[in-house]
Design a protein around this ligand. Sequence first.
Ligand SMILES: Nc1ncnc2c1ncn2[C@@H]1O[C@H](COP(=O)(O)OP(=O)(O)OP(=O)(O)O)[C@@H](O)[C@H]1O
Ligand SMILES: [Mg+2]
Length: 395
Amino acid sequence: MIPESSPFRPGQPVPIEFFIGRYREIERLRSMVNASTQGRFKIGFVSGERGIGKSSLAAFVRRLVETDNEVAGCHVFLGGVQNLSEMLNRILHILLNESTEKPWHHKLLDFFGDRVSKVGLFGVTLELSLSESDMLSMERNFVQSIRQLIQGLREHKKSLFLILDDINGLAGAEGFANWLKSTVDEIATSQQDMHLCILVVGFEERRQELIASQISLARVFELIDIAPWSDDEVREFYQSSFDVGRAEVTDEEIERLVTFTGGLPVLAHEIGDAVWRTARTAKIDDNEITEGISIAAEVIGSKLLTPQIFSAIRSESYRSILLKMADRPRPHFKRSEIMELLEGTEKKRLDNFLRRMTDLGALQKDAQGPGRYRFPNLLHALYFWMESQRTQHRQ
Ligand SMILES: Nc1ncnc2c1ncn2[C@@H]1O[C@H](COP(=O)(O)OP(=O)(O)OP(=O)(O)O)[C@@H](O)[C@H]1O
Ligand SMILES: [Mg+2]
């Protein structure tokens, strides 16, 4: 069916009407933001695996609180940002440019004064030219500056919901951890209201990294850990998406899709989209589902894995091992368990395979004991499995 009419959105933020589940997390985040509208400062950490829906959840809650709770939202992606001043610059730039249509925009312009200029062909982008000393003072007096800025918005908005997403580059930076901690401490000891809710978004490993740099951060964050979707949620996702696209899929076919998705939203969109593209008519049949899953494995491998892992998994010499090893999704396994499944030359190649995959980061040695391995995340585990199904299907 034509790709343009696909109800799936691989690689894109999900539109609000297609958002599935996460009720508890939404409520927790909403209550944090609500507390901030009453002057109580809140800081949370949304953690979860790659592609599980962290950014989507943060974006969804932002839209909710912007409409229902009179809150100003600012979602900053910090991918590639390595230091504090770059981070602050990006926050301010986004605040400024995303608010152009909002009634409080002029307050921001007042706040920044002649440091703002219009750039771009039609003068549509606002550029902030902050001097080094501006930046230094912003870094040192962040709490005061942000308080002043929020004060300016309060005529129209009750608080600021600041989402610091993709903190991967920053989490290891000691400066960031210390800055976060001193910001929290300063707000806590100031005994003044602070209409601010900060949400840090990243992998759990990043949170651990932050804690390793600044031990007392451990007790600072309210933790919101996102789990994979339940099977019911995945069913709901496929059913409602195919309904919107007016396509017919049987319950058994939905069950197959649910199994392959493993609760990972990023896979749900890729698999759904591949099935959609494969289907010739709105009545999707079993073969088209099989073909769609196989194409999705290809797309996922090239899009979401490193090229080295992708090509290693696809190499002839590992193909038969993979086929036997991934007879079902296994988040972790023992070397001996796999060895039993193999024959002849495959047995000889197993150690080589495990070493190569471990070197590439597609597998990790499990701390549970020698000869035990695990996938670094659900994405890799599910991908191995899909790839093995694909190989089987092609034989
Ligand atoms: N609750 C949801 N309902 C429907 N689709 C979702 C939901 N959550 C995530 N998705 C979809 O899954 C994909 C991955 O989501 P998202 O980018 O939010 O994950 P992430 O955890 O932020 O990933 P990363 O770790 O790569 O930053 C996107 O295409 C998004 O549209
Ligand atoms: Mg994200």
